[in-house]
Design a protein around this ligand. Sequence first.
Ligand code: 5GP
Ligand code: ZN
Length: 115
Amino acid sequence: MGDCIFCKIARGEIPCRKVYEDDELLAFHDINPVAPVHFMMIPKLHLASLTEAGEAHTVLLGRMLLLAPRLAKEQGLENGFRTVINTGKGGGQEVFHLHIHVIGGGNIPPMVRRN
Ligand code: 5GP
Ligand code: ZN
């Protein structure tokens, strides 16, 4: 996908602060972090969102989930972390290339605030 910003990062056309890379996956720090540690994991394959994923991506998605705790620990998140996947406009997604946010450190509030 020529115009996709995360595809450009995956191809090395836009710089990033890399956390991890292998043949299929890339992880890099968010440019606008919401916590002391905030990075995201993406497949190098362009998939717009979880909605576009199918059974063919089962192993890829599994690999991403299993990578999260390892990278979180390497980034110093010994006590846990939050994973977030925003899907579609209704889910607040802004970059339409599937990514898993890994967030932690500092004070992580409850995810859903109730009045
Ligand atoms: P979304 O709202 O789609 O789940 O999250 C998109 C995330 O991508 C945001 O947290 C935003 O800060 C991050 N982001 C957008 N553009 C760039 C970029 O060029 N580089 C990096 N490292 N992060 C980006
Ligand atoms: Zn893309």
